[in-house]
Ligand binder design. Sequence first.
Ligand SMILES: [Zn+2]
Length: 212
Amino acid sequence: MHVVFLGPPACGKGTQAELLVKKYGFHHLSTGDLLRKESASGSELGNQLKVTLEKGALAPTELVNKAIKKDIEKYSGNSILFDGYPRKIDQALFLDQILAETNGKIEKVFYFDIEAEELLQRILNRITCKDCGAVYNLQTNPPKKEGVCDSCASTNLIKRNDDNEAILKNRFKYFLEETSVLKDFYQKRGILTVLDARASLEKVTEQIVNAL
Ligand SMILES: [Zn+2]
């Protein structure tokens, strides 16, 4: 069974993906990770990707599609959880085509529904330990001792520098525009489930498991 997660950054889909991987053995195809891995691999495709990523540009659809196809072929026997792909209708159609080659198809699409304001608060309150990577939220999950990492006792707790309100608002607006088309596309097929992504981690997992 192949599944798609549609959701903006910080909506909690990464955590849910990890849980599904553990519970059902999905292969988690996260586009960001995939592109980073491929561009570090030294393959021809990787080198082409590297050039665009180093410029800080978005990778062109053609290259992304190639990387996706390669990964799907590699995990053809697996259930795949697509995260960060497709982003556009032409990618969704491309995905259908690739999966059809192995008699597969997208069976479920989960849309993580969350309001811009809630998302902003989550991101703006997020701090990360520079030394061990632990992630905190000043509102919902602060370190036990202020300014000190619970796991490694480092005081190097930082806010990401792009956690800037105007940029985030723009990014979210862009995300909504981009995905509303995909949302309709999958809704018409009758395979879309809208998740209340403001709910607790457990509640969101429950909504997913019930729909699978
Ligand atoms: Zn730490």
